[in-house]
Design a protein around this ligand. Structure first.
Ligand SMILES: O=c1ccn([C@@H]2O[C@H](COP(=O)(O)OP(=O)(O)O[C@H]3O[C@H](CO)[C@@H](O)[C@H](O)[C@H]3O)[C@@H](O)[C@H]2O)c(=O)[nH]1
Ligand SMILES: [Mn+2]
Length: 733
């Protein structure tokens, strides 16, 4: 027993080949310093007149910012660590006293988050390879939808068949939709006739469930509904005005809660917290806090897992993996949460909207981990209940993970009534909920700010990326959705930076300096908008007037610019390929960074300023998870979707046209007077302009050539052409 005590439940390895990385980083650093010194020396070069001087000042400011930002971005990739777990040791040592795990799934609107998708997520987590009497699933429905509730009822029946099937044949993934999609026919498993037999009946049962939910959705009404069960809805409730609805669909204490094999089922609870129009409901953070309280009465699991309704569990072992961290004798007591990276199932071949954030997942989270622990990114995160509720770290704190089930005998209905007050809107008044307890309010990036404050209370966190992806979700399928999502993220993050939770102030002396810095590039995403707008407009506009902003080819300074441009992009491409991406995928991501920086971040910055001076309020625009057939087809063919008129697209189109016009202007002047000497000092600008044009190729297609519905809206085309022409004319004359 004593020997066992010292064998670790997980191990940590540092990434290899970091020396090369560090050398490259140092060389780029030298290049950047040399660029900045060039600017300082040539700051007030009289050669180019006032416009040139202003151009140079703008370029210099942008370069200063990019250099600073580049420096910050090195912190989360300087060192990287990866972990592996030993689940067999966990079972050997602790199988009898595993802790209770409460899984929280959130949904907000049945029209954008279809009930069928929600119950697939629910079924996938019900299917965890974990003692069912210790596993409980809670769904928070901010949409108070009768349909979602009806789907949950269906799920609770279907689970009786589905869970034994999953466990008998050890199938993956355990979301029925995803499983039947990947296993289109059972014939692959010729060696197991039993599976083929049960596969068909399972599929049939699932198709029936699907049909019933589909019909109910279409008709907008529940078939054969039991008025007693749906009483709360029939009494009348609207999304923003209704009392708490709490339904324990499966109560593990109940004698009827068994699957067809006679095994107990996990507890399943549906909650729609109370909402009143006069009260701010704090979006997802509010929903999770209500769940924390309600679950503490019902099952009080020591570990909480939070997943979005669009992220199903793809790996039935995730709970056990996470417990290897929490229950490790040596390091376990320090760990507050275990974050899994997010993956997506609906990505196009080369991830046209750069949704996957490959590098963030594989490099930056691992870098955070090496610096003290990853940030909390919302979905796919296992937390200790106590730390989520504000517990401060203290050495020698004894983990209360191992405990026997101490459920009291209570009737389900009594329990429901008792817990309702916990989800009422008055409950939080004059309490620390949303401040020191639970998830933090007043920020649309509730996840990052909550994780940061947990770390600042002294806790560590872990990033774990198992071979088999743990969670798989749905990424936005149109450009606009993706840009709006990034606006929400970057705005929330910038807000944190400008609040008292700024990692550099709030984290001072509480978390390592390198961790404070690791947070910064994310929180400062939005500020990249101005320098980027500068870089995609000033050089090309100056081209029109023949004003040079960069050194000539023959100047030695030219080399520093070229070196930094080539090395930095080469490095970024290498990193992307190393993370398993394609070169086309990298190129797409560069385009998306350009679009995000010039639009999402720009509006995020603007709204943050309005909020800081009190002129605007936070809003959480839920990302749509449904797509029209033809839009989806274009997405899969990697044709960018513009379609709707939006100011975001006007900005994108205008900058694309500006660069195109400037480039054509240069080509024209070259054809008329082919004097290479005149062009020499303009080479870098021409390169920048040309690259921007290349990046924007899909935009020109959408503006002028495409005929499908996803092309640029006429009003946007009109506005952007006029704007670009106007700017060019003003510059020229
Ligand atoms: O009032 C609300 C709004 C949202 N949600 C839920 O929050 C989750 C995330 O919303 P979604 O629109 O899918 O946002 P994403 O941008 O995909 O989510 C990422 O970013 C969010 C913060 O911006 C995090 O909370 C998420 O965990 C993270 O996956 C979904 O399950 C929603 O149902 C609620 O429960 N109530
Ligand atoms: Mn989502």
């Amino acid at each position: 027993m004593r020997r066992e005590g010292c064998i670790r439940l997980f191990e940590t390895k540092s990434a290899k080949g970091r020396l090369l990385h560090k050398l490259l980083v140092c060389s780029i650093f030298v290049g950047i310093c040399s660029i900045l010194s060039y600017r300082l020396i040539h700051f007030l070069d009289p050669e180019e007149g006032t416009i040139g001087t202003w151009g140079c000042i703008l370029m210099f400011t942008a370069e200063l910012w990019f250099s600073f930002y580049w420096f910050l971005a090195q912190f989360c990739r300087w060192d990287m660590v990866y972990h592996s777990t030993f689940k067999d040791r966990l079972s050997l040592r602790y199988e009898e006293c595993l802790p209770g795990v409460d899984v929280f799934v959130c949904t907000a609107d049945p029209r954008i988050e279809p009930p069928l998708m929600v119950i697939n997520t629910v079924l996938s987590v019900m299917g965890y390879d974990y003692p069912t009497e210790k596993l409980s699933i809670y769904l928070s429905d901010d949409g108070v939808s009768e349909l979602t509730f009806y789907a949950m009822l269906e799920a609770s029946h279907y689970a009786k068949y589905w869970l034994p099937f999953c466990k008998k044949f050890k199938i993956e993934p355990r979301s029925p939709e995803a499983y039947f999609k990947t296993r289109a026919s059972p014939s692959i498993e010729i060696d197991d006739p039993l599976l083929s037999q049960e596969w068909s009946s399972m599929k049939k049962l699932y198709e029936d469930v699907k049909d019933r939910i589909d019909t109910a959705t279409k008709l907008g009404q529940i078939p054969q509904k039991d008025p007693k069960v749906f009483l709360d809805w029939d009494l009348g409730c609207s999304q923003h005005d209704h009392p708490t609805i709490l339904k324990i669909l499966i109560d593990a204490g109940d004698r009827k809660a068994f699957d067809i094999d006679g095994q107990p089922l996990p507890t399943l609870v549906y909650l729609a917290r109370e909402k009143r129009p006069q009260y701010h409901h704090n979006f997802k953070a509010g929903a999770l806090n209500a769940l924390i309280r309600v679950s503490s009465e019902i099952t009080n699991g020591t570990i909480i897992l939070n997943v979005d309704c669009d992220m199903y569990s793809n790996n039935a072992e995730s709970v056990r993996d996470a417990l290897c961290f929490f229950m490790d004798e040596e390091k376990g007591p320090d760990i507050a949460y275990v974050q899994y990276p997010m993956h997506y199932e609906n990505l196009s071949k080369n991830d046209i909207y750069g949704s996957m954030m490959r590098v963030a997942n594989k490099v930056e989270l691992a870098g955070f981990d090496a610096n003290g622990g990853p940030c909390y990114i919302g979905s796919g995160c296992f937390q200790r209940r106590e730390t989520l509720c504000g517990l401060k770290y203290s050495k020698g704190w004894q983990t209360r993970l191992r405990r026997k089930n101490d459920k009291k005998e209570r009737s389900t209905r009594v329990l429901e009534e008792m817990c309702k007050v916990l989800a009422s809107w008055t409950y939080e008044e004059n309490t620390q909920w949303g401040k020191d307890i639970g998830l933090k309010y007043d920020c649309t990036s509730e996840d990052v700010i909550t994780g940061l404050s947990i770390q600042c209370r002294g806790w560590k966190s872990m990033n774990f990326s198992p071979e088999r992806k743990a969670f798989v979700g749905v990424a936005p399928t149109t450009l606009l959705q993706s840009l709006v999502q990034h606006k929400r993220w970057s705005e929330g993050l910038l807000q944190i930076f400008f609040s008292k939770y700024c990692p550099l102030i709030y984290g001072y002396k509480k978390i390592p300096l390198k961790l404070q810095f690791s947070y910064c590039p994310y929180m400062l995403w939005a500020l990249n908008c101005l320098p980027t707008l500068c870089y995609v407009s000033v050089p090309s506009l100056c081209l029109l007037r023949g004003i040079s902003l960069f050194p000539k080819v023959s100047s030695p300074w030219f080399l520093s610019f070229m070196y930094v441009i080539i090395a930095e992009n080469g490095y970024s491409l290498g990193e992307f390929l190393w993370c398993g991406g394609t070169s086309q995928g990298w190129w797409n991501e560069q385009r998306m960074w350009l679009f995000r920086r010039t639009t999402s971040y720009f509006f995020a910055l603007w709204d943050t300023i309005l909020k800081l001076i009190g002129l605007s309020e936070s809003d959480f625009i839920v990302t749509a998870k449904l797509t029209d057939e033809d839009v989806y087809q274009r997405y899969q063919q990697e044709v960018m979707e513009f379609g709707t008129p939006s100011p975001l697209f006007t900005i994108i189109a205008t900058q694309a046209l500006l660069n195109l016009f400037s480039f054509l202007w240069v080509v024209k002047s070259m054809l008329i007077t082919p004097q290479l000497g005149v062009l020499e000092p303009l080479i870098i600008q021409i390169i920048i302009c040309f690259v921007v044009v290349l990046v924007n190729l899909p935009v020109y297609g959408a503006l002028f050539f495409r005929k499908d519905k996803g092309r640029m809206a006429a009003s946007v085309t009109y506005k952007s052409v006029m704007l670009a022409l106007l700017i060019c004319t003003i510059t020229l004359y």
